[in-house]
Design a protein around this ligand. Structure first.
Ligand code: ATP
Ligand code: MG
Length: 400
């Protein structure tokens, strides 16, 4: 029997105008994900089919579970679209699937996209059901709650028979909703925010603000490890390392009281806007969560957000920390995030950061040093590392 993986797109099929873009993007993402494996992928308007060597099945299924835009998939058997071939394949599939002569109930569910096929779906159900009853004395029909659901998809030249259907991870194919810049720190929240943005089809650029020597190279490597985890779902991406030291030192020299964090985050947003223009990102994405720390009160968010016109997406804004941790564990970033290397925020935190900052005071304080030229200098000294899920440290030393 000709065994293959049949993929259903789900959510994206409802986006009629964009269907072609969605399917082509999903197709390319699956190709990228299965790169190096000996497979043939076909696509049509509502299904994708992967032909493969059976020894690769487990690894392919594991990888497909990391591709957004897959609604469901099945191990299906392909046959020619004629009654005899379909009947024979149903028989073979059931013989393979049913382990012994135990009694089962079943139901046939036919989908007929080839409207020229001589029977409609109902007639097919009856015809194939009758054939099964004749050939399997241990099977009985139960249309409400069957033990075994026999799917028959009649699609032009070929038809597909399968029993089990598995859920994919859903979401939209990465890239179909444009590109965004994720502020990626070494914390727990931002990788989760990135994962959720990827799930919505956003292709990410990653931005890490670094303050060497106040932060260590281990802190950067931790961010690289997190980026690799995100690349499992988001494909290869740029990690932009922002040399933030001088600007940050100026902030702590010229900004007094409880304002350094607020001003620092305004500077980060200003740089994010410049980076977004440079790399054609349509939104800033970060791991801010309402109420989590002083800079994440609504007043703080207003004051910080007011330096940019770009939309700022905060996927975990309304999540509890425990909910964020659950996702971090699921995507395997949690153990990396809790490693003890400090990033640039934690190093300079004042004892009592302001909770209700005033925008006028920020503007006043920002006049005390020439942050614009410092930002321009930063923009000329970016380090860009291309990361994919197989990224290796030794490749990275070359970039250094
Ligand atoms: P935690 O998970 O412990 O809350 P965090 O990284 O979320 O750590 P916050 O101080 O809450 O730290 O920062 C809020 C958001 O700002 C982060 O989720 C991240 O998106 C962004 N951010 C903070 N520090 C950096 C940094 N050094 N580089 C890039 N983005 C940063
Ligand atoms: Mg946080």
């Amino acid at each position: 029997m000709n065994r293959l993986i049949l993929i259903k797109y789900g959510e994206l099929t409802t986006k009629k105008g964009n269907r072609k873009l969605f399917i082509n993007t999903l197709y390319n993402n699956i190709l990228e994900k299965l790169n190096g494996l000996d497979v043939i992928i076909h696509k049509d308007i509502s299904r994708m089919y992967i032909e493969y060597d059976s020894s690769l099945e487990d690894i392919i299924l594991k990888k497909l579970n990391q591709v957004f835009g897959i609604h469901a998939y099945s191990i299906a058997y392909k046959t020619e679209t004629n009654l005899e071939s379909i009947n024979n394949t149903i028989k073979e599939v059931l013989e393979k699937y049913l382990e012994n002569n135990q009694e089962y109930t079943f139901k046939v569910e036919t989908k007929r996209s080839d409207k020229k096929f001589f029977m409609d779906s109902m007639e097919c159900n009856h015809k194939f059901g009758g054939f099964i009853l004749k050939n399997f004395s241990n099977l009985k029909v139960d249309v409400h709650n069957p033990d075994v659901l026999v799917h028959v998809e009649i699609r032009f030249d070929y038809s597909y028979i399968y029993i089990n259907e598995y859920k994919g991870i859903g979401g939209y194919p990465v890239g179909t909703l444009g590109r965004g810049a994720l502020m990626l720190s070494g914390g727990i929240d931002s990788p989760v925010a990135g994962y959720l943005a990827i799930k919505r089809g956003i292709k990410l650029d990653l931005v890490y603000f670094e303050a060497i020597p106040h932060t260590s190279i281990e802190a950067r490597n931790k961010v690289i490890e997190l980026a690799k985890k995100l690349a499992i779902f988001g494909g290869s991406m740029r990690l932009i390392v922002v040399p933030f030291t001088k600007l940050q030192e100026n902030i702590y020299k010229y900004v007094d009281g409880n304002y350094p964090i607020t001003i620092m985050r305004r500077m980060m947003y200003r740089i994010m806007e410049k980076l977004s223009l440079k790399f054609k990102d349509l939104a800033i994405i970060n791991g801010e969560s309402v109420g989590q720390v002083a800079s994440q009160t609504l007043t703080s968010m207003n004051v910080i957000n007011s330096v940019t016109h770009l939309p700022v997406i905060r996927p975990v804004a309304c999540f509890d920390k425990l909910e964020i941790i659950d996702i971090a564990k699921k995507i395997d970033t949690y153990d990396i995030s809790i490693l003890p290397f400090e990033d640039c925020c934690t190093v300079f935190v004042p004892k009592h950061p302001v909770i209700n900052p005033s925008i006028e005071r920020c503007i006043e304080m920002e006049k005390s040093f020439d942050y614009e030229s410092l930002i321009n200098e930063i923009m000329n000294n970016l380090l860009i590392i291309k990361i994919d899920e197989h990224f290796e440290e030794n490749k990275y030393s070359d970039v250094l």
